[in-house]
Write a protein that binds this ligand. Structure first.
Ligand SMILES: *Cc1c(COP(=O)(O)O)cnc(C)c1O
Length: 382
């Protein structure tokens, strides 16, 4: 089976992890800040706070921004459930903004229209989470301008988009947001097995996120209530979690980071080959927005005839092509239906989902494997 996504592990990665195994620290050692600083420097952002998943990083980012009961969080329905669940973890109310028909990202026009209605009803969101679907940045300049006008904070879910660029600058520099989140799950662009990172230019947010990832504990006397008892002393000053990344994982991520640009270049070559080979088929290939250089985490095609999605998907799987579907609109999941959402609430995301199939896309996908994917798709759609 040719999978839809797959990690690339080199002898250098293995040596980096082995060196940690032979060192004094398997966790809470120097590899974690080393990885954080390297990725922050790559992105041109002040701080990175590594966590054991992007899901944890989203949760901690929302907490650090003060999201809680009585607040509202808005995100895209065309995402993995974690982009919305982080709001529920904080006790906030979650709502969605429908997608753009070309990019499948959060629609700026839909966001603005919803903000106008919410302002009139006194129900504005505290946090908005645009998701850079398939690795392509949302229109962050416009979303940021709306944030200034309506007073919401912005967390970019860039789980698909490490290595991407927006208006010529790296995604993760937080020029148009408070915090940007990356995921290092093996199907994503670089991996730490499980892992994620929250990037920010705000030192107070970085310190709060560092504290929340480790039980809400501080060892900084300046942050304590009252005096320190001595050099052994720490204080738990709020309720936090154990969301720490290990040094083994950080060393793997740091080693992978050396190849990040090569990976994205390779993904672009694969996408260009798909674009050419699929041009005559009854489907829509991914649209590349001129403001964005996508990291191309996914290559989702949209069949022109929704009725063929299931038979085409099944035929491709039967032919050994590990296709997938991204994403089942989050508001249609049973957990969200129990909160009052229904099919029909976000029609653009639902229309896109009805015809979507993600083709195999990962840097070590060989030309021969890609030809096999194209031949199978051509055969089943022919
Ligand atoms: C993968 C993913 C996440 C969650 O990442 P984990 O590191 O697996 O927790 C969140 N949002 C999006 C859009 C994702 O694709």
């Amino acid at each position: 089976m040719i999978p839809y996504g797959r990690q690339d592990i080199t002898p250098e990665d293995i040596a980096a992890v082995e060196a940690v195994l032979r060192s004094d620290f398997l966790t809470q050692g120097p590899a974690v800040p080393g990885f954080e600083q390297a990725l922050a420097a790559y992105c041109g952002v002040a701080r990175g706070v590594a966590m054991n998943s992007a899901t944890s990083a989203l949760h901690v980012a929302c907490l650090a921004l003060g999201l809680g009961p009585g607040d509202r969080l808005w995100t895209s329905p065309n995402t993995f459930v974690a982009s919305a669940n982080c709001g529920l973890y904080c006790g906030a109310e979650v709502d969605f903004v429908d997608t753009d028909p070309a990019t499948y990202n959060m629609s700026v026009a839909a966001l603005e229209a919803k903000l106008v209605r919410a302002a009139a009803a006194n129900r504005l969101p505290k946090v908005v989470i645009p998701v850079h679907f398939a690795g392509q940045s949302c229109e962050m300049r416009a979303i940021h301008a709306l944030g200034q006008r309506y007073g919401f904070r912005i967390v970019e879910d860039a789980s698909h988009a490490v290595g991407a660029r927006y208006l010529g600058e790296p995604v993760g520099n937080c020029r148009y947001s408070d915090i940007t989140i990356f995921s290092f799950h093996p199907v994503k662009i670089i991996t730490t097995a499980e892992g994620g990172m929250a990037m920010t230019n705000d030192p107070a947010l970085a310190e709060r996120m560092e504290r929340l990832r480790s039980h809400g504990i501080t060892r900084d006397p300046a942050a304590m209530q009252g005096d320190s008892d001595g050099p052994w002393y720490y204080q738990q000053i709020e309720l936090g979690y154990n969301y720490r990344l290990t040094d083994l994982q950080a060393a793997l991520g740091h080693s992978q980071l050396q190849r990040l640009d090569d990976y994205v270049t390779r993904r672009h070559a694969i996408a260009a080959r798909y674009d050419a080979a699929l041009a005559a088929l009854p489907l829509t290939t991914p649209h590349q927005h001129p403001d964005s250089r996508s990291a191309l985490h996914l290559y989702p095609v949209r069949l022109h005839d929704d009725a063929r999605r299931r038979p085409v998907f099944e035929a491709l799987r039967a032919a050994g092509i590990g296709v997938n579907v991204h994403y089942i609109p989050v508001h249609t999941q049973p957990h969200y239906r129990r909160l009052g959402f229904q099919p029909g609430d976000f029609p653009e995301a639902e229309r896109y989902y009805a015809g979507a199939i993600s083709l195999p896309m990962f840097p070590t996908l060989s030309p021969a494997q890609q030809d096999e994917v194209v031949a199978a798709l051509t055969r089943v759609l022919g």
